[in-house]
Design a protein around this ligand. Sequence first.
Ligand code: PMP
Ligand code: GLU
Length: 392
Amino acid sequence: MSGREVGGEFAFEFAERVDRVEPSATLAISNAANELEAAGHDVVDLSVGAPDFPTPENVVEAGTDALEAGHTGYTSSNGVPELKEAIAEKLRDDGIDADADEVIVTPGAKQALYETVQTLVDDGDEVVLLDPAWVSYEAMVRLAGGELSRVDLAPYEFELEGGLDDLAATVSDDTELLVVNSPTNPTGAVYSDAALEGVRDLAVEHDIAVIADEIYDEIVYGVEQTSLASLDGMADRTVTINGFSKAYSMTGWRLGYLHATGDLVSQAGKLHSHSVSCATNFVQRAGVEALHNTDNAVEEMRAAFESRRDMLVDLFDDHGVDVAVPDGAFYMMLPVADDDSAWAEEAIQEAHVATVPGSAFGAPGHVRISYAAAEERLREGMQRLFDADLLG
Ligand code: PMP
Ligand code: GLU
């Protein structure tokens, strides 16, 4: 039954699965910041992870040209051939033996992850996350009915290499799926080759499928990012996820993809065709331009994030705040009070600085800041936290 009478009025009865999850914490805080701003407050919003740069001009042009040229209908469900080929080329550059037929183009990487989890996880299946982990993995697994096991990397400064023994003690032949996200949201950690090889050995030993979410792969600082699917033994057990939101500052365009070998694409493609039909036609055309002609713009944004990271690391050093220095993405975890949710509430209400509580990522005692914000806003935000005695 999907409804019942309450005092003569109809009320929906909700499916049990929606009770298993909360709204996205990152988006909830960003909404709270928007409300404060609408009420006339100057909020330094370091909550949501969205680059503060415009989408590169040539990509916008490719999108508007495509719109004007009439690319406004449905496309093949898995994506237009030019984009799937450009994605396969990019993956081959990353050392993955990819073919265009092994790609599904999705409205955002989030949808690619959602489809993958729905395709692989049955009721009661064990899925292993490395904490701190991005908020939506847990929700997606719960919606699919999976059971979560979590490995806490906080004791190892968020580095996976130090936590490999803990991972080995957690996974077993019963583990269905492991989610690896490097560069990592929310810590900015970039896993070393030794760490990724450790994951590979465990995945092979216990026959585990792996999601490699590499959406921050273009945003690294002086280190190399290795694609998990490029390692020996991983090609057939890895679903590689990526998207255009971060590297090309295209969050609102909603464009992402998954790549996997074997039958995964035909199985996930069923969900794809019954849920979204296809990603937006003219957006896919802009995606081809993004993959082919944005090297300079991507490098400019990467360099700006790096200099902001350096500025923050120096600032925290001066104030005696002990942070793990991120090698990638545009996030940093700050050690705060045990009750990080209360701390974040005080920071937004009193200092008008929006951060995301670490507990949402499985890292209590911390908050995440996004430094995809202008340098003067970052300085202003941190100064407010120091002045309010919330930091340092
Ligand atoms: N993976 C990670 C780790 C993320 O931080 C995000 C947030 N944007 C996504 C996937 C989804 O990105 P999008 O749907 O915008 O492509
Ligand atoms: N992934 C970004 C973040 O973590 C955007 C918001 C979201 O999708 O969660 O802030």
